[in-house]
Design a binder for this molecule. Structure first.
Ligand SMILES: Nc1ncnc2c1ncn2[C@@H]1O[C@H](COP(=O)(O)OP(=O)(O)OP(=O)(O)O)[C@@H](O)[C@H]1O
Ligand SMILES: [Mg+2]
Length: 284
C-alpha cells in the first residue's frame, strides 16, 4: 500500500469530552482508508461513531493524535472552512436542509464562494438533482418533499463541490426501508461510478452490507475491521459450507463421482478447479 492510495489516516486519534466528568469518546484510534473505499462504521450508541466522523470531517478537533487527509495533518490546515467545502461532503441523519430555500437552492449553498458563476452553480445543481431523481422537484421547498426526497436533496448537496470524501452519519436513520434503500443505492452508484470514497455510520446491518468494509466500534475503539466479500465470493462460501462443498474440500470422492467431479477415487479437472475456487473463497 503506497501513501498515494491512502486518503484518510488516523494516528492514535483520541477525543475526550468535558472537564472533571470526562468521557473518552475516541481512544487512540488507528485506521486508514484508501481512495475509492466504501465503508460502514457500526457500533452501539455512544461508542464514538459520530465523534469519529466529526474528526475526519474537521468539524471538531482531536484532544490528541492526528487525522491525515491525503497525507496532510488536519491540525496544519489553515483555512478549515475552505478545506471542508472542497474536500468533504456531509450527509446527516436529519437532512438539515434550509427550510426557506428550494431544493435547487439548497444544493447550491455549498457552492457559494467556490469558482463559477451563479448560473453555472444552478446548472450544476440541476444536474445533481437529476442524478438523484428529483429534477421535477427542483423548485419545491423541503416541507413539500417526502423524507426520502429530502434526503436525496441532501445527497445532491453533499456532491455539490465534487468532494473526494463523503461522510454520512445515519443517512437512512429517519427513513423507511424503501427510501433508505434508495439513498443507499445512490451512494453505492456514486462509489462505483465516480470512485468517491464514502464512510457511512449506520445501525442497520442491511445498510452496512451494501458497503465493502465494516468497522465496528465499542467504547471509543475499533474492535473489528471486516472486509465484505463480493456476492460471488459470498456464494462460493455458502457452497463451501454445503455437503457438496464439504465433500470437495475433504476430498470425499464417493459423493462426487455421480456429478462428474471425481473418478476412480480422484477429483477430475472440473472437481479440482471447483475445489480450488472454494478454497480461495474461504481463505480470503
Ligand atoms: N459534545 C459532547 N460533550 C460531552 N460528551 C459528548 C459530546 N458528544 C458526544 N459525547 C459523548 O461521547 C461518546 C461518543 O458519542 P458519539 O456521539 O460519538 O456516539 P455514537 O456512536 O455516534 O452514538 P449514537 O449511535 O447514539 O449516535 C458518548 O458517550 C457521548 O455521550
Ligand atoms: Mg451518532
Amino acid at each position: 500500500m503506497t501513501s498515494q492510495t491512502l486518503l484518510v489516516e488516523t494516528h492514535e486519534l483520541t477525543k475526550v469530552y468535558g472537564n472533571g466528568n470526562e468521557v473518552v469518546a475516541l481512544d487512540h484510534v488507528n485506521f486508514s482508508v484508501e481512495r475509492g473505499e466504501y465503508l460502514a462504521v457500526m457500533g452501539p450508541s455512544g461508542s464514538g461513531k459520530s465523534t469519529l466522523l466529526n474528526m475526519l470531517g474537521a468539524l471538531d478537533r482531536p484532544s490528541s493524535g492526528h487525522v491525515l487527509m491525503d497525507g496532510q495533518d488536519l491540525a496544519t490546515v489553515k483555512d478549515l472552512d475552505r478545506f471542508r467545502a472542497r474536500t468533504v461532503g456531509f450527509i446527516f441523519q436529519l437532512h438539515n436542509l434550509l427550510p426557506t430555500l428550494s431544493a435547487l437552492e439548497n444544493v447550491t449553498v455549498p457552492m457559494q464562494g467556490q469558482p463559477g458563476s451563479g448560473r453555472e452553480h444552478r446548472e450544476w445543481a440541476e444536474h445533481l438533482l437529476e442524478l438523484v431523481g428529483l429534477a421535477e422537484r427542483a423548485d419545491h421547498l423541503p416541507g413539500q418533499l417526502s423524507g426520502g426526497q429530502r434526503q436525496r436533496v441532501a445527497v445532491a448537496r453533499a456532491l455539490a463541490n465534487k468532494p473526494v470524501l463523503i461522510l454520512a452519519d445515519e443517512p437512512t436513520g429517519s427513513l423507511d426501508t424503501q427510501a433508505g434503500d434508495e439513498v443507499m443505492a445512490l451512494l453505492t452508484d456514486l462509489n462505483a461510478s465516480q470512485g468517491t470514497t464514502i464512510i457511512v455510520v449506520t445501525h442497520d446491518r442491511h445498510v452496512a452490507r451494501s458497503t465493502r468494509r465494516i468497522l465496528s466500534m465499542r467504547d471509543g475503539r475499533i474492535v473489528d475491521d471486516h472486509r465484505v466479500a463480493d456476492a460471488a465470493t459470498e456464494d462460493l462460501r455458502s457452497l463451501a459450507r454445503s455437503p457438496l462443498g464439504q465433500s470437495l474440500l475433504n476430498g470425499d470422492t464417493k459423493e462426487l463421482a455421480s456429478l462428474g467431479l471425481a473418478q476412480d477415487g480422484r477429483l477430475t479437472a472440473e472437481g479440482e478447479a471447483l475445489r480450488e475456487l472454494l478454497d480461495r473463497a474461504i481463505t480470503h
